[in-house]
Design a protein around this ligand. Structure first.
Ligand SMILES: [Zn+2]
Length: 133
């Protein structure tokens, strides 16, 4: 993560960072040329995200935050996945796989389907209008 001073086209230097302890994170960056200062403030969720991505701010990794918030968001276990369905899911690009899996899992749960299969995924896809997933 870098900040650029648009006017000077200079990379801003890291100024200071504060971790108030409530999960928020504040950091300032200063343009070495014109002295302009920008501040970045993240809320606890964003701080968590930045931490879990291992992004370094000011040359040091943000200390990991407790994962309680994430845990409470974990949905109850959904349907099991047949080997075929797992293989198919494995072909879904990484960054959307969780979302796609959740869509199919929610679909299956609503219909009390206990196992996701490629056939079931086809049905869900057609019904939900998710062509291409
Ligand atoms: Zn500047």
């Amino acid at each position: 993560m870098k900040f650029l001073c648009v006017e000077c086209d200079q990379q801003m230097a890291f100024g200071e960072r504060q971790l108030p302890g409530d999960g928020t994170l504040a950091a300032t960056f200063k343009c070495p040329k014109c002295g302009r200062v920008v501040a970045m403030l993240t809320n606890p969720m964003e701080t968590q995200l930045v931490s879990s991505l291992g992004v370094e701010i000011g040359g040091r990794t943000v200390p990991a935050q407790p994962f309680e918030m994430i845990d409470t968001m974990t949905p109850p276990p959904g349907p099991s996945w047949s080997t075929d369905a797992q293989e198919r899911l494995g072909r879904v690009p990484n960054f959307v796989r969780g979302m796609v899996k959740k869509i199919y899992a929610d679909y299956a749960k609503e219909r009390r389907i206990t196992e996701s299969t490629p056939a079931g995924m086809d049905t869900a896809r057609a019904e939900l209008g998710l062509e291409g997933m």
